[in-house]
Design a protein around this ligand. Structure first.
Ligand code: DP6
Length: 328
């Protein structure tokens, strides 16, 4: 086999209804569905080249060659692609993010979505969007949602082999002129990342109640989104984020991701909304705060966030497309 190469680009995404907890950790089968918006302008670009002269996978992230330990998750994902394509060839993976890693922004979502599409293409597989989403899910759950375009729902599925646990688009990026203003309050790497957190979720006595209530929240969020009803959307998005953090804080051991500026932003955003500025917060497994607003208020919200003590930077993104191939 000659060197066979492909490049893909995928956006990160922010969940309005969160994924937290698996029923199968190996296959990354979630205990609930989730719903998200792809973030335009926060992408990962990944080139995969299967090369018969290699004796092991080589993983380069942001120009740095990774150790075998830190390459393992990527290599394991390449193994899934190789098994599916019936090949044994090792690959060189070259990946670049255009946003800071380890800041609570879901870099694994864009990373594994781009890796999946580039690796499958380079391996000669032509998979459907559904099958790409299923495969991306096994690398990182949230990556399943970075395959389809725009506003995306990941259905948890019922099958034990994961064949019906995939994400699909429920609206195009131009369905709603929203914007995400991401207030960075810390750049330090989190101690317990999402993978470790998912494994602890079931230890919270509150998780069964969260799971039982998720169909209601998913329905409310989907309806608000499709009807472009911002007040309803804002309420359910904040509620869902806070329920997830209640699980985190009541896990054994507990996970506290919020820092004092996190809480200051939450308080400010609720006040702005009460005063008439359409904005709501949602927080992933880290202290940074995503503030969702309308595109027309993006500059105003960013300026207000920058004025809050402890906010180091504000990144902005609009609703984005799905994973795509780059033809070089
Ligand atoms: C809090 O998809 O990052 O961002 O499957 O272990 O890679 P792994 O977890 P990941 O979990 C995302 C958790 C979250 C909520 C969300 O994006 O839905």
């Amino acid at each position: 086999m000659p060197v066979s190469k492909a490049t893909s680009i995928a956006n990160s995404n922010i969940a309005a209804i969160k994924y937290w907890g698996n029923r199968d950790h190996t296959l990354r089968l979630p205990v609930t569905g989730s719903l998200s918006m792809n973030l335009d302008g926060l992408p990962t670009r990944t080139t995969v080249a299967f090369d018969p002269s290699l004796t092991a996978d080589v993983v380069v992230l942001g120009g740095d060659i990774q150790s075998p330990e830190s390459s393992k998750r990527v290599s394991d994902h390449l193994d899934r692609v190789r098994a599916r394509a019936g090949i044994k060839t090792f690959a060189r993976v070259d990946s670049q993010n255009n946003f800071p890693a380890g800041t609570g922004i879901a870099s694994s979502a864009s990373g594994f979505a781009a890796l999946t599409l580039a690796a499958c293409t380079a391996a000669g597989l032509a998979l459907s969007e559904r099958d790409l989403s299923i495969l991306a899910r096994q690398g990182s759950g949230s990556a399943s949602r970075s395959i389809p375009t725009g506003f995306v729902e990941w259905q948890m599925g019922a099958n034990s082999d994961g064949s019906d646990s995939f994400a699909f688009s429920i609206a195009a990026p131009d369905h709603w002129a929203l914007a995400d203003c991401i207030a960075i309050v810390s750049h330090t790497h989190k101690e317990v990342g999402s993978t470790g957190g998912h494994a602890l979720a079931h230890t919270s006595p509150l998780q069964p109640a969260r799971i039982d209530d998720t169909p209601r929240r998913l329905h409310a969020c989907r309806e608000a989104l499709l009807a472009r009803n911002f007040p309803a959307f804002a309420e359910i998005v904040e509620e869902d984020s806070t329920i997830m953090h209640a699980i985190m804080m009541t896990s054994r051991p507990p996970l506290y991701y919020w820092l004092p500026p996190t809480l200051a932003i939450m308080e400010a955003v609720r006040k702005w909304r009460a005063e008439g500025l359409p904005a709501c917060f949602t927080i992933d497994a880290g202290p940074n705060v995503h503030v969702i607003t309308f595109a027309e208020h993006m500059a105003e919200v960013s300026n207000r966030l920058r004025a809050i003590s402890g906010v180091q930077n504000v990144l902005t993104a609009r609703p984005g497309g799905g994973a795509t191939l780059i033809h070089e």
